[in-house]
Design a protein around this ligand. Sequence first.
Ligand SMILES: [Fe+2]
Ligand SMILES: [Fe+2]
Length: 271
Amino acid sequence: MRLLFLGDIVGRSGRDAVTARVPELRKVLRLDLVIANAENACHGFGLSPGIARDLMEAGVDVMTLGNHAWDRRDLIGEIDGLPAVVRPVNFPPGTPGQGSTVVALADGRKILIVNVMGRLFMDAMDDPFRLTLDVLSRHRLGTTVQAAVVDVHAEASSEKWAMGHVLDGKVSLVVGTHTHTPTADHRILPGGTAFQSDAGMCGDYDSIIGMQKDAAVSRFVRKMPGERLQPAEGPATVCGLLVETDDATGLARRVAPLRQGGMLSQTLPDF
Ligand SMILES: [Fe+2]
Ligand SMILES: [Fe+2]
């Protein structure tokens, strides 16, 4: 199976780049499924139900979230009607929405997607390791699902590496989001799980992690609340990674990063 995972979509610039490029990428890379973190899709903060539908129409099959999950409050009331949207599994019990979902392809193959938040330098959350393993205990990779993807929405690379090693051999891909910076550590772990600390953002990199520079810099320099952060509006780089998996085992065969458009160095998987 061929899965494309895209990092945090930030604002209009990120959305425009994703909606413009995904239909072509689906063909060129022969993709079976596209997953994107969409916690910043709506003007940098949250995901509105309307934007979720627009992204689905453009060919994003599943959207994951993170600490910005509820910045758009209209999603709280509508998330249960949006099965393609997954919020972190370690939110408190009773939180609307779902922490994981299983998507079936037209040919019947199934993919499990889990979204989980880290705890280092993040809001207090339930144990991401235990809750992810709880979800995995209800599925069998290579039997009930042909692939499984875990989006670890976390600040610290160490916590993401730890999640990669705990889940190695149990899922197809463990990929980090939240830092908005693509890392060069994509690899297949010894047990067969593809891994990357952070997929990077789909947004304008002439910015401070997607936000216009002056207001964001001012917060660091002046130590006073400044103007509201606004997303940068220049051309976005679509950042993510392609994973090819073996349906029989659900483990990864190949993994490669993708960076298209905008100011980052360009790369397209060559398999
Ligand atoms: Fe983000
Ligand atoms: Fe985040």
